[in-house]
Design a protein around this ligand. Structure first.
Ligand code: PMP
Length: 290
């Protein structure tokens, strides 16, 4: 199942209010969303049949759509209900859920304001973005040769498909060179995040994480900040420079798909998986199944 192409699977996908057989979930090639990346999406997870932070993901989907001037023709409650329906209809307990909103093919002009806004929700079994072996040895990250762009160049707080060209390029390069992922700097050369996950560092029992002013402020990042506060761990949200990478003892990534993933190295710098990160991983695993 896991290796099967995504268009050739059994199951149901919710599109514009209807459950459609998986293989029939298609769009026209002249869709504005496909031509110009006028699309926004979410990545959500369910654990044991319960969707973790469903409302928060739906709220972010609406925020992202509004940012791109797309009006989703459903309420947030309706989208939450549809997300649960997709999980049930596909008999999924632990799952990754992908809601996507895109502009249709009514208009080819770049503004696209006369297009219809479509929405779909798909879900499938997907255990973890990184394998247990990668977690155990710690991820190996290279320094990406691509940068996150400034908030003046694109709506960087929206989860907009167009922004993912940077992630795609950086991850392709990491894969080609035998790394697990890449550390992406922002346009000023500050440490930003990995390709699809935020980043935290550990030093002397405290956490350091970049200020989210040039990248997505992830929902998992926010959960980890809550979990750290519960444990009384001090967190420094600040500008982090690449020249500091050698100063930290530990490092991990956070994301809905990646969950909490320990990093073992970034370029020539090495990190250990200590008790602080193990504790947060346990807390996170408990929190998502609460
Ligand atoms: N940054 C990027 C670029 C991402 O794609 C993701 C995954 N959505 C994240 C950070 C982490 O966000 P979240 O914790 O909300 O999944």
């Amino acid at each position: 199942m896991l290796d099967q192409p995504y268009d050739d699977r059994d199951g149901w996908i919710w599109i514009d209010g209807k459950m459609v057989p998986w293989r029939e979930a298609k769009i026209h090639v002249l869709s504005h969303g496909l031509n110009y990346a006028s699309a926004v999406f979410e990545g959500t997870r369910a654990y044991g049949g319960k969707i973790f932070k469903c409302e928060e993901h739906t709220a972010r989907l609406f925020y992202s759509a509004e940012t791109l001037r797309m009006k989703i023709p459903y309420s947030q409650d309706e989208v939450n209900a549809a997300t649960r329906e997709v999980l049930q209809k596909n008999n999924l307990g632990d799952a990754y859920i992908r809601p996507l909103v895109w502009r249709g093919p009514e208009q080819m002009g770049i503004a696209g304001l006369k297009t219809q806004t479509h929405i779909m929700i798909a879900a499938w079994f997907w255990p973890s973005y990184f394998t247990p072996e990668q977690h155990e040895r710690g991820l190996r990250l290279m320094m990406a040769n691509w940068q996150r762009i400034s908030a003046k160049a694109a709506p960087i707080h929206a989860k907009a498909s167009g922004l993912y060209v940077t992630s795609t390029m950086a991850k392709q390069e990491a894969d080609a060179l035998g790394y697990d992922d890449a550390l992406v700097l922002d346009h000023r050369g500050h440490v930003a995040e990995a390709t699809v996950a935020n980043i935290f560092f550990v030093k002397n029992g405290e956490l350091h994480t970049p200020t989210p002013d040039a990248f997505l402020d992830g929902i998992t990042r926010q959960t980890v900040l809550e979990l750290a506060a519960r444990r009384g761990i001090k967190v420094h949200i600040r500008t982090i420079l690449p020249s500091e990478l050698g100063d930290f003892d530990g490092c991990f990534l956070t994301g809905t798909a990646a969950e909490i993933a320990p990093v073992g190295e970034i370029a020539e710098h090495r990190y250990k998986l200590g008790d602080l990160v193990r504790g947060l991983m346990q807390d996170y695993a408990a929190e998502v199944r609460k």
